[in-house]
Design a protein around this ligand. Structure first.
Ligand SMILES: Cc1cc2nc3c(=O)[nH]c(=O)nc-3n(C[C@H](O)[C@H](O)[C@H](O)COP(=O)(O)OP(=O)(O)OC[C@H]3O[C@@H](n4cnc5c(N)ncnc54)[C@H](O)[C@@H]3O)c2cc1C
Length: 563
C-alpha cells in the first residue's frame, strides 16, 4: 500500500470515510483562502470530537506530514490554507468546524469555546445570561470561529475590549524531539492523559471545584486604557505586539488548539448608533480625540468608511449584504461552498467565463432594489467621510449632548439611526471587506494587481487619512479606505493600474507606513502575505520547533526544523 493510501486509510479509521476529503472538487473550499493564497493538500480531515483531533494529530506526526489547522477559513491573508507548492512534506488540513461546543462556566461570566465554535453561536448561547462575547469582528456575520480569532489576535470592532486574547487554553504541540504533547492551560483539572483530559472536557465531566481561577487573563483587560491614550506615539494594537502573544493567542496555527477560555461581558441595556458625515478627515480626528480622552463612557464601536468604499461596497458587496440580511449569517458558508462548486464546474466548460459565480452574482444583484437606507444615501451625496459610532447605556446621552454641540461649531453632521438603519449601516461596513476582491475579479483584464493593507497607526497620528505622494498615487486605479477608527486600525485596499510592478509599489507603500510609525498587519495576522517581525517569528519557533504546523507563515521557512 502506498504512503498516501495508508495515511488516508488510517485517518478514515478515526473519523469514518465521510469526513476525510480527498477529491479536488471538495477540497477546494478548504485549500483556497477567502482573499489570498491557495495550495494543495493530500487530504482534509473533519474530526467530530476533540479526541478525534488528537488521534489525527498522532497519525500526522507519525507520518511526518505537515498539519494546517483551520476553522471557518475567513482569514484574509492566506494563513489558514496551504500556499503554493514548495513544501517539503505532504499536507493534511484539519478543519475543526464540526466541533462547535460552547460550555458556559462561572454563571456565564466565562465560556469554553471548542475549536469549531463560532462568535455568532456564542452570541446566541450567551443571550439568556444577559451577556455577550468578548469580541465582534466583521466576519462574525459570516461564521468566523472563536478559536480562529484568538489564534489570529483578531481585533475587530469593540473599542472597549481590544483584540481577542486569552492565557487560558488547551492545545497540542510538537516538541523538539518531534513528539506530540498536550498542554492544559485551561485552568480546569481534567485528568492526566490526553485521552482522559479531552474526553472529560468534551463531556463536561468536571465539577465546579475543578474549575480554578489562576492569575491569568481571559481577555485583554487593559485595552480600554491603551486606546484612551491618544497622545501615545505607538499603535494601540497590532499582531506583532509581544504583550499579546501567549499559547493559543496569536499562534497562527503553529500549535493545535482544542479549546479556549474567555471572559464575557454584560449586554448593555441601551444602545444607539450615530451616523456621522463630514468632508474633513480632521473633523473625525477631533471627534476621536474628544471621545477617547474626555468621555466618561467609551463607545462600543466606531466603524469608518470613505465615500469611494461606500460606493464600491454598495455595488460589489450587495449580494453578500442581501444574503446576510435576508438569510442570516449561517447561510453564508453554504453560499460560498455553492459558489466554489459553480466555479469548478464552469472551469470544465470553455464557453463559460472564469470566475463565473462572481460574474453571475454581480449580474443578479443588479436586479435587487437599492438595499441602503435613504438617510445614509443622502449622507453619501453630501459627505466624503462616514463614521458609524455605536454607544451604549450612559454613553448614549453623553454622545447626544456632544454631537449636538459639536456640529453647531464644526463642518459635517450626524443623525441617530433607527434600529433598521443601525443594522444596515453596520452590515454595509462589514461587507465592504469583500468589495475589492469582487471588483478585481470583474476587472481582471483591464486592471493590475490587488493589494490589501491592514495598518495600525500610532494613537497620536493626526494625518490618519492617507495622502500619497503622486509617484505612488498615479499608479493606483482604485483606493478603498475603511476600518476601526477609534483604534486607528485602517484597512487600505488598492488596485494598481495595469502593467504596474505591484511588488515594487508595495515596498514603497510599506515605507510610507514605516515613516509614520505604523505597524502591520494590525489584526489580519501575517498569513502568507506579510513578513513576520522578529517578535512573531521567535514566538512561532518556540511554539513549533520542528516546523510541523502551518510552515511558511509570515514568509518564514517552509522546511522541516526551519532550515
Ligand atoms: C468580510 C470579512 C470581515 C473581516 N473582518 C475582520 C475584522 O473586523 N477584524 C479582524 O481581526 N479580522 C477580520 N476578518 C479576518 C478573519 O475573519 C479573522 O481573522 C477571523 O478571526 C478568522 O477566524 P476563522 O474562524 O475564519 O479562522 P481561520 O481563518 O480558519 O484561521 C485563522 C488562523 O487561526 C489558525 N487556527 C484556526 N483554528 C485553529 C486551531 N484549532 N488550532 C490552531 N490554529 C488554528 C489557522 O491556522 C489560521 O492561522 C474579516 C474577514 C472577512 C472575510
Amino acid at each position: 500500500m502506498s504512503f498516501k493510501s495508508k495515511l488516508i486509510n488510517d485517518l478514515k479509521v478515526i473519523t469514518g470515510d465521510r469526513y476525510i476529503i480527498t477529491a479536488k472538487w471538495n477540497k477546494q473550499q478548504y485549500s483556497k483562502g477567502w482573499r489570498y493564497g491557495e495550495g494543495d493538500a493530500l487530504a482534509v480531515a473533519k474530526p467530530g470530537t476533540l479526541l478525534e483531533i488528537w488521534k489525527i494529530l498522532q497519525i500526522c506526526v507519525q507520518a511526518d506530514v505537515i498539519i494546517i489547522m483551520q476553522a471557518a477559513n475567513t482569514g484574509l491573508t492566506g494563513g489558514s490554507t496551504p500556499d503554493g507548492d514548495d513544501y517539503d512534506r505532504p499536507i493534511v488540513i484539519i478543519s475543526t468546524m464540526r466541533i462547535d461546543v460552547i460550555q458556559i462556566i462561572d454563571q456565564g461570566k466565562q465560556i469554553i469555546g471548542f475549536s469549531g465554535s463560532t462568535l455568532f453561536g456564542l452570541e446566541n448561547k450567551l443571550a439568556p445570561y444577559g451577556r455577550e462575547p468578548h469580541s465582534v469582528i466583521g466576519s462574525s456575520c459570516i461564521g468566523a470561529s472563536i478559536v480562529g480569532g484568538v489564534c489570529n489576535n483578531s481585533g475587530g470592532a469593540l473599542v472597549k475590549r481590544g483584540p481577542a486574547y486569552t492565557e487560558l487554553s488547551i492545545y497540542a504541540q510538537i516538541n523538539l524531539k518531534g513528539e506530540l504533547e498536550i498542554v492544559n492551560d485551561l485552568g480546569i483539572e481534567l485528568g492526566d492523559t490526553p485521552e482522559n483530559i479531552l474526553t472529560n472536557l468534551q463531556n463536561k465531566s468536571y465539577t465546579k471545584d475543578q474549575i480554578k481561577f489562576p492569575n491569568k487573563l481571559a481577555s485583554d483587560n487593559e485595552y480600554h486604557k491603551r486606546v484612551r491614550d491618544v497622545d501615545a506615539s505607538t499603535p494601540a494594537r497590532f499582531n506583532a505586539d509581544g504583550r499579546r502573544l501567549n499559547g493559543a493567542s496569536g499562534c497562527a496555527g503553529k500549535i493545535a488548539v482544542f479549546a479556549v477560555r474567555l471572559d464575557t461581558y454584560p449586554i448593555p441595556k441601551r444602545q444607539q448608533v450615530f451616523y456621522v458625515g463630514t468632508n474633513s478627515s480632521y473633523v473625525l480626528g477631533k471627534i476621536r480625540k474628544d471621545i477617547l480622552s474626555k468621555f466618561q463612557h467609551l463607545p462600543t464601536s466606531g466603524e469608518y468608511l470613505h465615500r469611494d468604499c461606500y460606493d464600491a461596497a454598495k455595488k460589489y458587496s450587495k449580494d453578500t449584504f442581501v444574503a446576510i440580511d435576508k438569510m442570516g449569517p449561517s447561510f453564508i458558508p453554504k453560499l460560498f461552498d455553492i459558489k466554489r462548486k459553480v466555479d469548478l464546474v464552469s472551469e470544465k466548460f470553455r464557453f463559460l467565463p472564469d470566475n463565473f459565480s462572481d460574474k453571475l452574482m454581480q449580474f443578479l444583484s443588479n436586479f435587487w432594489p437599492n438595499h441602503l437606507p435613504k438617510r445614509m444615501e443622502q449622507y453619501r451625496n453630501q459627505y466624503e467621510h462616514h463614521w458609524v459610532i455605536e454607544m451604549s447605556d450612559k454613553g448614549v446621552d453623553e454622545a447626544k449632548i456632544y454631537f449636538e454641540k459639536f456640529f453647531k461649531e464644526n463642518e459635517g453632521n450626524y443623525f441617530e439611526c433607527t434600529e433598521n438603519e443601525a443594522k444596515k449601516a453596520i452590515l454595509h461596513r462589514f461587507v465592504a471587506a469583500s468589495a475589492v476582491g469582487r471588483y478585481h475579479v470583474l476587472n481582471k483584464k483591464k486592471s493590475g494587481a490587488m493589494m490589501s493593507m491592514d495598518i495600525a497607526f500610532p494613537r497620536n497620528e493626526k494625518d490618519w487619512f492617507e495622502k500619497l505622494p503622486s509617484e505612488i498615487d498615479d499608479l493606483l486605479e482604485m483606493k478603498l479606505y475603511y476600518g476601526h477608527l477609534f483604534c486607528h486600525v485602517l484597512h487600505q485596499n488598492y488596485i494598481v493600474k495595469k502593467g504596474v510592478d505591484a511588488d515594487a509599489l508595495k515596498e514603497k507603500l510599506l515605507k510610507t507606513y514605516d515613516a509614520r510609525g505604523a505597524e502591520y498587519p494590525a489584526e489580519h495576522n501575517v498569513g502568507h502575505e506579510y513578513f513576520a517581525k522578529p517578535t512573531l517569528s521567535k514566538f512561532y519557533k518556540k511554539l513549533d520547533p520542528t516546523n510541523g504546523f502551518n510552515p511558511g507563515i509570515g514568509r518564514t521557512s517552509k522546511l522541516k526544523y526551519w532550515k
